[in-house]
Design a protein around this ligand. Structure first.
Ligand code: 13P
Ligand code: SF4
Length: 311
């Protein structure tokens, strides 16, 4: 790309010309968040994708999120700036192995966290996100046996909170696993009045120090509504951009990894999307998300169920 090109102006021009909508997750680079039509958590973004009347959805997030957009809006062109933007939770649940696991427990209902492949969604009864998992689980009878995949930390958190045993697939998010309890305790000692807000993908030893546990949008809401002037944020630090924009007088500190700072907790997959790739993706209308129709239809069912149960 010509280095003198005004990427912001070009993206604006192409977006209008092609009737495209740019959806971005809170973990995207600040400049991508700033140019997006809509920023949100996984649930917000899937709702937007289902409702949009744009001809093309440019998804600035990871591949499973763009796949959800395609599953819910199959007639639309869905593009992702970098198709290699995967997710370690998705990688930790290979569909073939998961299929055997599900078949070995035929009396269980299958709940899967939205951070999984379309093939795993196709083996699922109800999809959940960190925003609606609790609300959805509360609608199931207490004696309903449940498989929860792929995140063992989110599953463990829900099991403890709702006092419900679930069969947990042992997947994890490599980013949220990197927070260090030892360094977090030291940081809390330096900022004794700073509440900790954490994503439920964090291991329990981190969640135990948190005043608030929830999805990215609920962490943002908590941070903005809190009376504290300093907060510690235990999730991917990309979200701090929206906090600083909305509350410039407050201080937001990313929870530390073992090296004592938060830079190691950047999601390497989210970081693959850049402004340059966003421009190219709008210009070339690709790389495009393409799913085989059988998988798409099978994955749509548990996603629609999620949308129905999360209102
Ligand atoms: P949210 O649904 O809370 O935005 O989480 C998405 C995600 O990938 C967290 O790592
Ligand atoms: Fe996946 Fe973790 Fe990145 Fe979220 S932060 S997209 S769960 S690897």
């Amino acid at each position: 790309v010509d280095p003198t090109l005004d990427l912001v102006a070009e993206i604006q021009r192409l977006r209008t010309e092609k009737n495209a909508v740019i959806l971005a997750h809170y973990y995207q680079a600040a400049e991508i968040q700033d140019i997006a039509d809509f920023i949100g958590d996984s649930l917000d973004l899937s709702r937007r994708a289902a409702e949009t009347d744009a001809d093309m959805i440019v998804f600035c997030g990871v591949r499973f999120m763009a796949e959800v957009a395609k599953i819910l809006s199959p007639q639309k062109k869905v593009v992702l700036p970098d198709l290699k933007a995967g997710c370690s939770l998705e990688d930790s649940c290979p569909p073939e192995e998961f299929k055997k696991f599900v078949e070995a427990h035929p009396d269980h209902m299958v709940l899967s966290y939205i951070n999984c492949s379309a093939a795993v969604k196709a083996l699922t009864d109800i999809i959940v996100t960190s925003s609606n998992a609790e609300h959805i689980l509360n609608q199931l009878p207490q004696d309903q046996k449940v498989i929860f995949a792929p995140d063992k930390h989110l599953g463990g958190y829900l099991s403890r909170k709702l006092n419900r045993d679930m069969l947990l697939w042992q997947g994890t998010c490599m980013v949220h696993e990197l927070f260090s309890e030892k360094e977090l305790i030291k940081l809390k000692a330096r900022h004794p009045n700073a509440p900790v807000a954490a994503h439920p993908e964090c291991p329990d030893q981190i969640l135990q120090h948190a005043e608030h546990v929830g999805s990215t949008s609920s962490i943002l809401k908590f941070a903005l509504e809190s009376e504290a002037d300093t907060l510690i944020i235990a999730t991917e630090p990309g979200i701090i951009h929206q906090m600083e924009k909305a509350a410039p007088h407050k201080t937001f500190i990313g929870a530390p990894g073992a090296d004592g700072n938060c830079s190691c907790n950047t999601c390497p997959y989210m970081a693959l999307n850049t402004m340059e790739k966003l421009y190219l993706c709008l210009r070339d209308e690709g790389p495009e998300i393409d799913l085989d129709e059988q998988t798409r239809v099978a994955a749509e069912k548990p996603l629609r169920k999620m949308l129905e149960l999360s209102t």
